[in-house]
Design a protein around this ligand. Structure first.
Ligand code: FES
Length: 94
């Protein structure tokens, strides 16, 4: 798209797996939106870092992060190893 920047043919993919339930009032984080490196809850706008699960607002809140890995075209999420506030994997694909 003219004026939108970016290089045609290059694409960066990053993956993170977080709990879908917001710790505030159990809002559906998966229906929220991404702003930079955070996902924003659609109900009352609490925001969580997609890599660490730590809240950017309000402080001292967090959601669980699940470790993941990429195998070929598959994203494998270890749902039995939920981690509180640790980084999940990222992958950059060209
Ligand atoms: S339920 Fe997510 S911010 Fe309130």
């Amino acid at each position: 798209m003219p004026g939108r920047g970016g290089v045609p043919g290059e694409c960066e993919w990053r993956f993170s797996a977080l709990d879908n339930v917001c710790p505030h009032r159990q809002g559906p984080l998966g229906q929220g939106w991404i702003e930079g490196d955070v996902v924003v809850c659609p109900w009352h706008s609490w925001a969580f870092d997609v890599k660490t699960g730590l809240a950017t607002y309000p402080e001292n809140e967090r959601v669980g992060v699940f470790p993941l890995r990429i195998e070929g075209e598959n994203v494998l999420i270890n749902i039995e190893s939920r981690r509180e506030g640790e980084s999940s994997s990222e992958r950059h694909m060209d």
